[in-house]
Design a protein around this ligand. Sequence first.
Ligand SMILES: Cc1ncc(COP(=O)(O)O)c(C=O)c1O
Length: 414
Amino acid sequence: MQSIAESMESIDESVKKLLSGHGKDIPLFKVFMPESVMEPLRKVLLSGYVGEGPRVAEFERQLAPWFNNDNILALNNGTASLQLALRLANVGHGDEVISTAMTCTATNEPIMAMGAKIVWADINPWTGNIDPEDVARKITPKTKAIMCVHWGGYPCDLDELNAIAAEHGIKLIEDACHAFSSTYHGKPIGSHSDFACFSFQAIKQMTTVDGGALVCKSNADCERGRLLRWYGIDRTSKRKDLRCEADIVEYGYKFHMNDMTAVIGLEQLKYVAENIEKHQAHAARYNEAFKNLKAVRPLRYEDERTSVYWLYTVRVKNRQKFMEHMKEASVTVSQVHARNDSHRMFKDFMTDLPGVDEFTSEQVSIPVGWWVTEEDLAHVINAVEEYDRYWCTRIQETKKPPRKLEKKTACQPN
Ligand SMILES: Cc1ncc(COP(=O)(O)O)c(C=O)c1O
């Protein structure tokens, strides 16, 4: 039998293998974890208080300026924040939620968990974001909420979506799990709509290992959410018995953050702005380098919105070939999310989505994050340009008129 030390060693080995290209390739994602987290983490771990406590409250306080909003609930993951938002929007059995198929399944599974029906709206094939015009077409008397996702960190058309929500008296829920600190019309995501949901899982702009935040427009929603994140229990109420809660009015969940993860978040907040700046600077270099390419085209972003570029997505001709080419060049690339309507669990909601068809057949993301060095950047640009040249040459060749063959030769079998 393996000793504990041996089995820990084999776990370390398997983790190394899990890392992309065994550490040789330029990764698409990387976990940012500063050494400085160790001391505060150690303190909490040995403090005798590791559950939800003062560090969670402090984390929420320090998050407020990032969202320009202090109605914040720190939670144990982003998926929980989406489910809690749906609950606060009173989405239940038989209701409809208009959503996008171009996302992580974590956007849409909570809709099913609430017993509601998903109604897919199409997307803009040059941003990956939900199309407000199609959303408006899909509203019915059963619609309770609209769910939008800021693909890669680029904000959706929030004015248009909020106007539709207001007109029909329904809620707009932003899945902002890619978009921590992106801005729309000069204000951060988290300050525009009824609900914005964030994720702090391992590979996001900042991580608490796992974690999330729900940011609410209304203080009343936030206070109801505070109860629902912990079984509906009012943790501030006076109790006759230390452990026995008073009356619980409505059922809740175990969705709260704990002090261990919050203290990691507090440390991460010291670095996140600098890391995001690097994502944005790298994206600007790609935008410039790729602006005239024919086979690899950046997405089309408007001014007055900033993306934090959790992803740098391009649309490429012959994606399979491109992915093979980049792999050969030791650059990790991926589609990141498969269109959700391709999953059998969503089969009841099928509909035509031409924008999704167009986007999903060409989209792929390349490394853009804080870990990408100057040398890596030049290497990625070079590999992309090489692919573009290859593709353009092939197109030229296929356009050439076929060589004139003498009749005799042409009629002969090969
Ligand atoms: C768009 C989107 N929504 C939701 C989630 C779920 O977040 P979490 O993993 O923190 O539950 C993710 C996670 O990666 C995501 O990318």
